[in-house]
Write a protein that binds this ligand. Structure first.
Ligand code: PA5
Length: 465
């Protein structure tokens, strides 16, 4: 990869002096390098044990070929593709759609979408959203891609049942089958069972790829490919980043620097809130994808040795410049408990010139002759500098442009950083035991076989009415 195609990390504003809680640069060759070496070995051991399947996804050429075959054939029979999937089974697809297809994809006409389908991703089983979406769809031209690794998640299964019933009412029961495509585990779960029983096509989520690490598997690739995204470029970018992030030397490895400095900021300097703030609307969904990745992977009650941990920085998705008029006041002057990670995302091809009008009005005159992209970029740079001057730690990921290759790099950078961070916190970044209890209580409340109805009256409610 040429240097000009690379995502680059500027971590100068995470280093002392001047930045409170900033790391002494000498430590990058001292104790932090050593700390990372231990984490690197732990991640290497998990990789060797076959636990980190997401690291191999960039090289899964057969899978990519199968995804493209389905997307280019079957996928193009439809005008609307609806992904039903939640958490790691939905957030990556939204991130890809918004970053690469750009704003208003679903509102564009056929030509504006190069005749690729619209892409809807429905995660929350909010009846208002789902009901309204169904009202807008033409069943005969709609494909539901039901995505659930476990094939058991209540929200997704409920949506599948609603969608299936709706489709069967609109076209006949036999033809309804042809409007479904599943993405699920190779063996277990209801979706696999139905796929086998009814001949519904099903793509596979590798067993060793967890939900929030699955965007580069068929989970994220199929919806991307169906809308014309260059999935080969996405995977190539991810692969190139994967190679960079394998390096055992801290200062050579962008995921290592990210993980090590964010871990140190949290555990040594009380910077418990990690803000991801791209300066681009189209990366808003990427920031939400990161939020889930960082939260669900690092928020853990126990260490790998079974000791009490209660670890986990709080990730926060933010967008510049919008949040300069919302959250930035808190970042600048509120508690010194945050690190802000900026992402630049220039889009020179679609930049918009600002006409030079009203030269007599100084508050407008300076904008004339600039572009909206220049304004956004200046605001990002100014905000990073303002934070630095206030001693507030921040860092910037600079990307040359936003395309599939760059997005692939970003996905892999953060996924790799997450498993390194897990090793630094000494927790299992791959599990999520904390989400189980509410699932079991929900099953009990709805009468699922094998789950007892819970008594919810044990608290002590105090109402104001
Ligand atoms: O990251 C995870 O593992 C979770 O967020 C899952 O993706 C989410 O719970 C959905 O699970 P499933 O794909 O099994 O429906």
């Amino acid at each position: 990869m040429t240097d000009s195609a690379r995502a680059r990390l500027d971590y100068g504003n995470l280093l002392a002096p001047g930045v409170e809680g900033g790391v002494d640069p000498a430590r990058l060759e001292g104790d932090l390098a050593e700390r990372f070496r231990t984490a690197h070995a732990a991640v290497g051991a998990r990789r060797a044990a076959g636990d980190l399947g997401f690291l191999d996804l960039p090289y899964a050429t057969e899978t990519a070929a199968r995804v493209k075959e389905v997307a280019d054939g079957f996928g193009q029979w439809f005008e609307d593709v609806v992904v039903l999937g939640i958490g790691g089974s939905g957030l990556g697809s939204v991130a890809v759609r918004d970053a690469l297809l750009g704003p208003f994809w679903n509102e564009r006409d056929d030509e504006g979408r190069d005749h690729f389908p619209r892409l809807h991703v429905v995660d929350n089983p909010d009846p208002a959203t789902f009901g309204r979406l169904l009202e807008r769809l033409d069943a005969a031209r709609t494909l539901f891609n039901v995505v659930s690794k476990s094939g058991a998640t209540a929200e997704t299964m409920a949506q599948y049942l609603v969608a299936r019933g709706w489709m069967e009412e609109a076209v006949d029961a036999d033809r309804a089958r042809g409007h479904f495509l599943f993405t699920t585990d190779a063996e277990v779960g209801a979706l696999r069972q139905i796929a086998e029983a009814e001949g519904i096509p099903a793509l596979t989520v590798p067993q060793n790829v967890g939900g929030r690490f699955s965007v580069l598997s068929p989970v994220g690739l199929l919806p991307a490919a169906v809308c014309g995204v260059d999935v080969d470029a996405l995977l190539a970018g991810a692969g190139e980043m994967e190679e960079r992030c394998r390096a055992p030397e801290l200062k050579q490895n962008p995921a290592a620097v990210l993980a090590t400095l964010l871990h140190a900021a949290d555990t040594e300097a009380g910077c418990h809130v990690h803000v991801l703030m791209p300066y681009a609307d189209r990366l808003r969904s990427f920031a939400l994808w990161f939020q889930q990745l960082w939260a669900e992977s690092l928020g853990k009650a126990k260490t790998l040795d079974g000791e009490e941990a209660y670890t986990g920085p709080t990730p926060l998705a933010s967008v510049g410049a919008s949040d300069q008029h919302s959250l930035l006041q808190l970042f600048m002057e509120g508690p010194r408990d945050k690190v802000v990670l900026f992402v630049s995302s220039p889009d020179p091809e679609r930049d918009v010139a600002i006409p030079g009008r009203h030269p007599e009005i100084p508050s407008l005159a300076y904008l004339g002759g600039r572009t909206l992209g220049e304004l956004l970029d200046a605001e990002r740079r100014a905000t990073a500098e303002a934070l630095r001057r206030e001693g507030r730690p921040n860092a910037t990921i600079l990307v040359p442009r936003m395309d599939a290759h760059v997005l692939g790099q970003l996905f892999m950078l953060f996924e790799f950083a997450t498993v390194y961070a897990g090793a630094l916190y000494n927790v299992d970044a791959l599990d999520q035991p904390g989400v189980e209890l509410s699932k079991r209580l929900t099953y009990g409340l709805l009468g699922r076989e094998g789950y007892e109805a819970p008594d919810l009256g044990e608290g002590d409610p105090r109402w104001i009415v």
